[in-house]
Design a protein around this ligand. Structure first.
Ligand code: NAD
Length: 525
């Protein structure tokens, strides 16, 4: 079997079996993309088992919510400690299911620990009760409160590129907000998350408000049908289906979708830094990162120098599998479907006049690899500059000036993230005009670690945000509370409607709403 392929099998006894026992569940084999070998297999959930899991955590959610922000941080803090204490073992599992090199794993583990602390310490500020001053004399005597109450059960549907940063990462603010969470991880990479959730339940002994279910798109659909809020991370193609399915039950969604992130290199950039950033930003996690650098626009005066330095850096990268000791730079392609996309984009570019200065084809087996690739002589008629490649490939174009760079950078249906390299003030001015949810100046990908600022896609890169205040508020419903402090037996606006009472109401309304003295006194202007 091709490495990384998801193989589903039904091991049910055939139709001649008259027993009333339910047939054995369908299973999915999880394969190591670095060598094609089976790592483990998992049971596929049915719509019934998914509904039952959601119902079970739903039953415990009210108690979880009632624990308050500190009470929930207590348990999430224990999870952080468990992750920190068991980092090597989790990394072993993640390496086996993804084919990542060891050096790429820190992005998952460090991120989730940081995220737990971020929301644990900021949640009170972001979603604590707010008191609002009454805006008008009509409600001046009332106490006005905004409370952020969680959607009871959040369904998280996650991709294969960062099994914990996405599957667990998107669960953390939801749990901190007081929701129960059920995750459907990618069918390609469910094992790291299974390990964490097992620890949550068995080793940490945390409340039963966090679980996962398994399967392909069908399981994702069943989860959507049962939860109160959907956090989806994946391709824009699937994002559309998720939104349509959620529309059937009017379930709100947040969608973190694909990108085609541009980098702009201005003539006054530190070219060494820009080239090293493009190499790491384009190849990290084998380019399987939604905010990886996919296309680069370089101002003419520094183009040759940039391309030479980028090519040297990329061609020196060590590709392959390593173990606990980080000995390689670029790992495997986690999903075999993705290798086919990458190959198609590169071949399309090469067939239409592009040149590969390094790489350009699949790596030699065993395992599923694509060589780190730098393409030049590319243009926007080519897939590699238009569609999400999601592989270790960057296309580089020479541009006349920053205006042309911006025009090309913004010529995309995506708008997830971007980077601009150059003299700080000038680069910042250019960054303001890039159409993307996050722009890094003189750095790449770092916005993912800057949790104080929201991260979300413009255009077809998504709806909603993770990180910052919006990243936890989205999991909450606003409950406005209006408390009457002083009151008689009835209000002037209540029954009975008599002439005198209506007159009083009208006079009060006029006095409150008029902005000039004459009208306030009940006279015409
Ligand atoms: P995908 O869209 O194929 O799958 C994502 C998840 O959706 C998987 O768990 C899958 O089983 C599930 N799914 C598939 N069909 C479904 C359906 N009809 N209903 C419900 N769920 C369904 O994406 P992928 O290939 O796993 O991941 C790669 C994509 O994810 C890339 O486009 C990448 O840019 C994107 N991504 C985005 C971000 C971000 O923050 N914006 C982060 C990581 C990855």
């Amino acid at each position: 079997m091709e490495s990384g392929t998801v193989e589903t099998s039904t091991t049910a006894v055939n139709g001649s079996n008259e027993s009333s026992d339910p047939p054995p569940a369908e299973r999915i084999e999880v394969l190591n993309p670095a060598n094609g070998q089976t790592v483990d297999s998992i049971e596929v959930d049915t719509p019934e088992t998914i509904a039952a899991t959601v119902a079970r955590v739903r039953a415990n959610q009210a108690e979880w919510e009632a624990m308050g922000i500190e009470g929930r941080y207590h348990w999430l803090g224990k999870l952080r400690d468990w992750i920190l204490d068991n980092g090597e073992q989790i990394a072993d599992t993640m390496q086996a299911e993804t084919g990542k090199v060891r050096g790429d794993i820190f992005m998952d583990l460090g991120y989730v620990a940081d995220l737990i602390n971020f929301y644990g310490t900021k949640a009170e500020r972001f979603i604590g009760d707010e008191t609002v001053r009454p805006h008008s004399a009509l409600v001046a005597s009332k106490k006005l409160l905004i409370r952020y109450r969680p959607h009871p059960v959040v369904g998280v549907i996650s991709p294969w590129n960062f099994p914990l940063a996405m599957g667990l990462g998107d669960s953390i603010p939801a749990l901190q907000a007081g929701a129960a969470v059920v995750v459907k991880p990618s069918e390609f990479t469910p094992l790291s998350l299974i390990k964490v959730i097992k620890a949550w339940k068995e080793e940490i002994g945390a409340p039963d408000v966090f679980d996962c279910v398994h399967g392909t798109g069908e399981a994702g659909g069943a989860l959507i049908d049962n939860v109160d809020y959907v956090q989806f991370t994946g391709s824009d193609r699937t994002g559309r289906k998720v939104m349509a399915r959620a529309a059937e039950t009017l379930t709100p969604v947040s969608l973190e979708l694909g990108g085609k992130d541009p980098m702009i290199v201005l003539s006054d950039a530190d070219v060494d830094r820009a080239a090293n950033a493009a190499a790491w930003g384009g190849m990290v996690n084998s380019g399987q990162l939604c905010i990886s650098v996919e296309r680069v626009y370089v101002e003419e005066p520094v183009y040759d120098e940039f391309v030479a330095k980028l090519t040297k850096e990329v061609s020196g990268l060590r590709q392959g599998a390593d173990g606990r000791k980080p000995e390689k730079d670029v790992g495997a392609m986690t999903s075999p479907n993705q290798s086919a996309v990458v190959e198609d984009h590169v071949n399309d570019a090469l067939a239409n006049g592009a040149k590969a200065l390094t790489g350009g084809k699949r790596g030699d087996g065993p395992g599923d690899y694509f060589e780190p690739t730098v393409l030049v002589d590319v243009d926007h008629s080519m897939k590699v500059m238009r569609d999400e490649t999601f592989g270790p490939v960057v296309g580089v174009m020479k541009v006349r000036d920053s205006e042309q760079a911006l025009e090309l950078a913004n010529d995309s249906r995506y708008g997830l993230a971007a980077s601009v390299f150059g003299e700080k003030a000038r680069a910042e001015r250019v960054a303001r005009r890039v159409e993307a949810g996050s722009v890094n100046v003189n750095d790449v990908i770092i916005n993912m670690a800057a949790m104080g600022v929201p991260m979300g896609g413009w255009k077809q890169s998504g709806i909603g945000y993770r990180h910052g205040e919006p990243g936890i508020k989205k999991y909450c419903r606003i409950e406005s509370t209006v408390v009457t402090r002083f009151a008689g037996k009835r209000e002037p606006s209540w029954y009975p409607y008599t002439k005198a009472r209506r007159g009083l109401v009208n006079r009060i309304s006029q006095a409150v709403n008029a902005r000039d003295l004459k009208r306030r006194l009940g006279l015409r202007g």
